[in-house]
Design a protein around this ligand. Structure first.
Ligand code: ADP
Ligand code: AMP
Length: 215
């Protein structure tokens, strides 16, 4: 089963993907994570993408689609895939149709995580990310166990993403509303859309996601 997870920034896509990977052994493909890794490694892709990420704008479609093409090619068809953060607009969704055909894959569900804007701002502004292993925390809802080191890899470098600062959060929510929210209609027409309430305990949200994948 291949799915995509979409929704506004901070809806919990990465968090739910972690559960899906751990418990259902799915493979997580996050375009945001791929861009951050490229930036960290200072590859040409990273150098091109950095300005867009820092400003909260979308990396150009040609670059993003090319990157996903490469990842799907290398993935083969060995496991179920979660696409997280891709597609982020209708042209990308149309391109994904072609990519899936090219790689002999199909999309089973487009899972939309619904969270109101005030909660998103609270989640994004309190989010902290481990630079060592990418584990995601939240100052209130998921703090570091010992207050200093990453629970998973022990790194002390747990930072606030540049795009999780107030001004950029505003831009990202606007980009979501302008470019990404039309995907609900896109996938509804294709009868792939499943809408999930993304509020409440992470475990409760996961149960809803799991149920949606069964139905
Ligand atoms: P996305 O990948 O959609 O941008 P994340 O999974 O990184 O979102 O979650 C954003 C922030 O909200 C993180 O700090 C995460 O710990 C927190 N978070 C995720 N799910 C929930 C939830 N159900 N309730 C409260 N906080 C959550
Ligand atoms: P995320 O980690 O999903 O919040 O993504 C962080 C940032 O990466 C976004 O604000 C964009 O700058 C970039 N990005 C991630 N996915 C895409 C995409 N599908 N298309 C364009 N830019 C993307």
């Amino acid at each position: 089963m291949n799915i995509l997870l979409f929704g506004p920034p901070g809806a919990g896509k990465g968090t739910q993907s972690t559960f899906l990977v751990e418990r259902l052994k799915m493979k997580h493909i996050s375009t945001g994570d791929l861009f951050r890794a490229a930036i960290k490694n200072k590859t040409s892709l990273g150098i091109e993408a950095k300005g867009y990420l820092d400003q909260g704008r979308l990396v150009p479609d040609s670059v993003t689609i090319g990157m996903v093409d490469e990842v799907l090619k290398n993935n083969g068809r060995s496991s179920s895939v979660i696409l997280d953060g891709f597609p982020r607009n209708v042209p990308q969704a149309e391109a994904l149709e072609k990519l899936l055909e090219k790689h002999d894959m199909q999309l089973d569900r487009a899972v939309f995580l619904e969270v109101p804007t005030n909660a998103l701002v609270e989640r994004l502004s309190g989010r902290r990310t481990c630079r060592g292993c990418g584990t995601v925390y939240h100052l209130q809802s998921k703090p570091l166990k010992n207050g200093k080191n990453c629970d998973v890899c022990g790194s002390t470098d747990v930072y606030q993403r540049e795009d999780d600062k107030a001004e950029t959060i505003k831009t990202r929510l606007q980009v979501y509303s302008d470019s990404t929210s039309p995907l609900k209609e896109f996938y509804s027409k294709k009868k792939k859309l499943v809408e999930i309430d993304g509020q409440g305990e992470v475990e409760a949200v996961f149960l809803r996601v799991r149920e949606a994948l069964k139905s």
